[in-house]
Design a protein around this ligand. Structure first.
Ligand SMILES: NC(=O)c1ccc[n+]([C@@H]2O[C@H](COP(=O)([O-])OP(=O)(O)OC[C@H]3O[C@@H](n4cnc5c(N)ncnc54)[C@H](O)[C@@H]3O)[C@@H](O)[C@H]2O)c1
Ligand SMILES: [Zn+2]
Ligand SMILES: [Zn+2]
Length: 374
């Protein structure tokens, strides 16, 4: 069939919305009509080349935060049928590997074709340009398209009554941010928590810290609108920079330093990790959720202070979450009024307006921009 997709043809070019050729689903695959897709910062890293080597490069269909409706299932898919509503996990969860079985499906071993963006089952592509090039898929999904074909391991079936325009946010940003605080950070009642970068991911780290019972939640972001929204999500204090937050630490943490510092800036950098290290107090955990460019190879922290203050620096992928458990659970928390998804969506776009949506992200105008499909 033919469908339309936003294709990155070259680094630092615009997303090109074009007709593509889409093959039918093969064994273990599913054809899905997209309902909505969030505009996460990680696709921007693909565009700039910051994720070179870790994610497929051009030509690639972007998008990894999506929801939609199953149109057709390939051979061997016996738990999904046409009409089912699904959210995609940006990392597949096979349910059978060591990591899935031990409660860490965010590290699923089956994600072997992640770097090429080809199908999990046979390493080939279902998506092609009209001039015959195979297209890679961001996170094996390619949600910047009206239709896509993905492996069943990427699908989470959800209740048909759940609004798909909000559901897409659970495919990356909400689970990643919330889990960075609740799972990776293990925020405890009474903790002092700092969240550095209050965008799509950081806003959910703030919500996670709030729900886990943090005593102080400091949101740090240079953009006034982000700081204002951060208080809606549960921040108790806001600062425009890490330096400002450092200067106020005597008041905000009674001079003890933060128990958890969660890094959710647009682009991670070594210097900021150095500052985060000093925002943290004794036994502090510095959680690195934002992605640093793959070219950056060194962090500098005073190693002796890791020992003397028992600090730790830890990475967080997809919030250390288990999507088959956590996606439905978080959606139920939304329906119950405990988790705010509504204020996360600042503006919606059509697929053709995707470059406008990313420009708004660069300008700091959106918590999340979301593409809505017909
Ligand atoms: N680890 C994972 O599993 C995972 C998943 C999704 C996204 N990410 C990464 O998380 C990061 C955040 O993504 P997002 O979609 O929320 O991006 P975003 O652009 O929506 O938000 C980033 C925020 O950081 C702020 N910021 C920029 N420089 C800052 C600084 N020096 N100090 C404080 N704040 C600063 C921006 O103003 C913005 O509000 C990106 O690097 C993204 O690739 C990681
Ligand atoms: Zn993402
Ligand atoms: Zn697995």
């Amino acid at each position: 069939m033919r469908t339309r997709a936003a294709v990155l043809r070259g680094l630092n070019e615009k997303w090109n919305v074009e007709e593509i050729e889409l093959d039918p689903p093969k064994h273990g695959e599913v054809l899905v009509k997209l309902a909505a897709s969030g505009l996460c910062h990680s696709d921007e890293h693909v565009l700039t080349g910051d994720l070179a080597g870790a994610c497929p490069g051009p030509p690639v269909i972007g998008g990894h935060e999506g929801s939609g409706v199953v149109v057709e299932t390939g051979e061997g898919v016996d738990w999904l049928e046409p009409g089912d509503h699904v959210i995609f996990g940006f990392i597949p969860a096979c349910g059978r590997c060591t990591w899935c079985a031990s409660g860490h499906s965010n590290l699923c071993e089956q994600a072997i074709t992640f770097t090429t963006g080809m199908q999990l089952g046979d390493g080939t592509s279902r998506h092609h340009t009209l001039d015959g090039l195979d297209l890679g898929l961001m996170c094996l999904l390619g949600t910047f398209a009206e239709h896509t074909v993905v492996n069943e391991a990427s699908c989470i079936k959800i209740d048909e009554g759940w609004p798909l325009d909000k559901a897409c946010l659970l495919g990356c940003g909400v689970v990643t941010g919330w889990g960075s605080a609740v799972y990776t950070g293990d925020v405890q009642p009474g903790d002092y928590v700092a969240v550095v970068g209050a965008g799509g991911i950081g806003s959910n780290a703030i919500q996670g810290a709030r729900m886990a019972g943090a005593r102080v939640i400091t949101a740090i972001d240079p953009v006034a609108f982000k700081r204002e929204m951060a208080t809606t999500f549960g921040a108790t204090h806001t600062f425009a920079s890490m330096d400002d937050a450092m200067g106020a630490m005597a008041d905000t943490t009674w001079g003890r330093g933060y128990d958890k510092v969660i890094m959710t800036m647009g682009v991670g950098d070594a210097e900021s990790v150095g500052k985060a290290f000093w925002l943290g107090g004794k036994r502090a955990k510095i959680i690195i959720t934002n992605l640093h460019p793959t070219s950056e190879m060194n962090l500098q922290v005073p190693a002796v202070m890791l020992t003397l203050f028992e600090k730790s620096i830890v990475g967080s992928l997809f919030g250390s979450a288990n999507i088959r458990k956590d996606i439905p659970r978080l959606f139920e928390l939304y329906l119950q009024g405990q988790l705010d998804l509504d204020h996360l969506v600042t503006k919606t776009y059509s697929l053709d307006e995707i470059n406008e949506g990313y420009e708004a992200m660069r300008q700091g105008e959106n918590i999340r921009g979301v593409i809505l499909y017909d």
